[in-house]
Ligand binder design. Sequence first.
Ligand SMILES: Nc1ncnc2c1ncn2[C@@H]1O[C@H](COP(=O)(O)OP(=O)(O)O)[C@@H](O)[C@H]1O
Ligand SMILES: [Mg+2]
Length: 463
Amino acid sequence: MATRSLQRELLAWLVVPLTAVVSFNVWTTYKNAEETANLITDRTLLASARVIAENIRENDGVLEAPIPPAALEMFASDQPDRVVYRVTTPRGQVIAGYPDVIAPPGQPADLNPVYFETTFRDQPVHAVAIAQPMVSKQNPGNAMVAVGQTLRGHDKLMTGLWLKALRDQVLLVAAAGLLGVFGLRRGLAPILRLRNDVMERDPAELKPFAADTVQSELRPLVEALNEGFNRIQRQMATQRRFVANAAHQLRTPLALLKTQVSVGLRERDIGTKDEILAAVDMSVDGMARLSNQLLSLARAEQGSSSLMKSSVDFSAVARDALEGLAQAALSRNIDLGFESEGDDLIVWGHPTLLRELVVNVVDNALRYTPQGGSVTARIGRDASWIVLQVEDTGPGIAEGDKEKVFERFYRGSEPDSEGTGLGLAIVREIVSSHDGEIALANRKPLPGLSAQAKLPAYQAAQA
Ligand SMILES: Nc1ncnc2c1ncn2[C@@H]1O[C@H](COP(=O)(O)OP(=O)(O)O)[C@@H](O)[C@H]1O
Ligand SMILES: [Mg+2]
């Protein structure tokens, strides 16, 4: 697609309709000028013909038509126009003027003037013919007077009229165009400045743009831009913190590992060497867990839109996850139960992430519940939600920690030695990328924690 220019678009919207309007205007102006010039010519011709007609008289039974000077003077103009006339008796005899010119197309039937076009010596002539009734015994009927004029004066008058109007119109369009361009330049200047600001900006510098230098209509745009930058900035800060934390978290076990290995290398006793190797093995397990959790978090963080989602039987996913944790429950002597209410507990989501969600919540319940306790996972439906509830008989979470436990690397006061502090952060990311909710509550009156994850139930229409 061709790039669109606001300036060009606005100008086009201004100039194209304006040109159409002006063209129409010029056309009507031309028509008006023609009409006016015709009217003036017609009036002069008619007045002249009337003066001639009034001067027709009868002398001894013979009609005469002396032409009074006034009849021709009214045509006085700076144009060398020819005025021609002809007077005929009721019997058709020419008594004044040129017999060979301006023959009207017919006799005027009544007393109304008849206007017509003709030629005189190859020049176009506009003419009028009127009938003049004769009160006479010898010459009864209508005498006829015809007066014509070549069209130079008429054309000049017309041109003068419409050229002046045309000049005014052109001036008006030019002024509108110039003002339009000027106004656009001025109006667009803040946007262009903003564009330059955005382009010249150092990527690391995300300070807000000044919203008060642009017009009020654009202010929301700048504010949205600032808000967007703000979010990016916050996200960048979070990322930086995360990377720093992750590096720190990896460095500590690595240092431990290094110590264990160097001690092991120095140790001569084979039995002690084995013990140290077992410890190294545990450290490596811990690091593997940490890197897995980091990977999970990175995947969950991708954001909802880039996840490959499908309709998932959440109940089946939860059952599968719990089967994977059965061994851990057994080794801690914890009674792990699973209850599924109903069978169409379908959500729209990413199966691996959903499994991860269940594993992390249940894993916590198993870790923080003392030996001999019980953990129950229940999955059911509540209106348009599919709800996973995991209850344990552990210590619960202190009120002040309820929000903090979702932070990355945050661990409670008596953390399990194998944890990473990432479990609940992962849970929160997964839940939010599935438009769900997660809540922790201490059970009453029993001790223990109840974790509840709600995900929107899948409706077939969603697909
Ligand atoms: N079921 C639970 N009972 C009591 N405390 C819990 C429970 N689940 C999580 N916590 C607390 O929340 C903290 C953060 O949990 P998590 O993010 O999974 O990290 P980790 O388990 O690696 O410490 C834990 O250190 C623990 O103090
Ligand atoms: Mg955990």
